[in-house]
Design a protein around this ligand. Structure first.
Ligand code: AQP
Length: 334
């Protein structure tokens, strides 16, 4: 059987956190050995909200270093920066002419992020189409994502299907790869919202580079409830269920089975904090080493851009031909 082709991305909008890791990134690492993965730092997506032009390039480099620190191996996967592959924006325009205003208006992330801003950019409205282009350019049949991205993946499928039926079979139909637990890690202080880079308070978010004592303190302070018994019930006990899901994702034991082992919230929190610090320790060590390996990180990015373009340019040419654009003349090389 052919190896699955994988595409996934992460924004350089801030420090990566446990939700990113358990919801998506650990699947990236697992997938790299038996699939053909392309992983990108989606810097263009980060332009859709407040643009931090002073720190964006550094954050992009840091994000690539973090992807290496969590265990991605450039021998087994292509790691690249989205803006280095111009095919992404070229295909986006074509797909924007296939997507409809109505379906973009129904995107819940647009509604959520847009409602908190005074002025909403057109990019925030259309970025799900850029995400569709990201995926479709690499003929991805599997897309590892957290639960919050399901709606975007559905849109990518709809756009691909519409394009294929209007202009002939061009794009591969992608499928979401969502982890069975911890697909939506919740904020430790507000278990009704997902853990996020841009939460109001950093107390609810465990960052991958948080020192052990900070992780322990954040987990110990996690909001629970007054019931006092440990059982898995996301609806009625969101705080405790979130902690059980985190532990479950790390130990591979089912959250309801794990719950049977605990008679107090304190004991559960101690084990969650221990399990999380154990997985974060080697990541922080490797990240520290990489802070002295800037040339290596830049080489990974350079090679990644070349490898990604080789694939993306072929798909883009297929799409431009299908939609009827005149083939561009060959440009004489210098
Ligand atoms: N809390 C989460 N639980 C599980 N998965 C999550 N992901 C994000 N948060 C959680 C998954 O991580 C991948 C990369 O996400 P992203 O950084 O590109 O964008 P995001 O979903 O918008 O993440 P944040 O942290 O909430 O960023 P900001 O605050 O900048 O908007 C995706 O696969 C996502 O599903």
């Amino acid at each position: 059987m052919d190896r699955p082709r994988i595409l996934s991305g992460i924004q350089p909008t801030g420090e990566m956190h446990l939700g990113n890791y358990l919801g998506a990134l650990r699947l990236w690492v697992d997938a790299q050995y038996d699939a053909l993965p392309h992983y990108c730092v989606v810097d263009l997506h980060s332009l859709t909200v407040q643009i931090d032009s002073k720190h964006l390039s550094k954050r992009t480099l840091d994000a690539v270093a973090m992807l290496l620190a969590i265990g991605l191996d450039p021998q087994h996967c292509t790691i690249f920066v989205q803006s280095h592959v111009p095919e992404h924006t070229s295909l986006t325009w074509i797909l924007e002419c296939v997507a409809t205003m109505g379906e973009l208006g129904r995107m819940t992330q647009f509604k959520d992020k847009g409602s908190s801003q005074e002025s909403v950019s057109a990019g925030l409205f259309t970025y799900p189409v850029l995400m569709a282009a990201d995926i479709l350019l690499y003929d991805a049949n599997k897309v590892p994502i957290g639960d919050d991205q399901r709606q975007h993946l559905e849109l990518a499928r709809r756009i691909a299907g519409r394009f294929n039926s209007r202009f002939g079979e061009t794009f591969v139909m992608p499928e979401a790869l969502v982890p069975p637990v911890a697909a939506r890690v919740m904020d430790l202080q507000n278990p009704g919202s997902k853990m996020s880079k841009s939460s109001e308070s950093s107390l609810g978010t465990v960052f991958l580079l948080d020192p052990a004592d900070v992780v322990v303190s954040k987990v110990k302070k996690a909001v629970t409830d007054s019931d006092g018994t440990v059982h898995y019930d996301p609806e009625n006990k969101p705080g405790i269920s979130n902690l059980l899901e985190i532990l479950s994702a790390i130990t591979s034991e089912r959250p309801d089975q794990l719950a049977l082992k605990y008679s107090s919230y304190g004991a559960l929190k101690t084990d969650v904090a221990g399990a999380v610090t154990d997985i974060l320790r080697p990541i922080a060590e490797r990240y520290k080493e990489l802070s002295n390996e800037d040339a290596y990180v830049r080489e990974v990015i350079r090679n990644g851009a070349m490898r990604a373009r080789e694939v993306a340019s072929v798909t883009l040419a297929r799409a431009t031909e299908a939609i009827g654009l005149l083939e561009p003349p060959a440009v004489a090389s210098e």
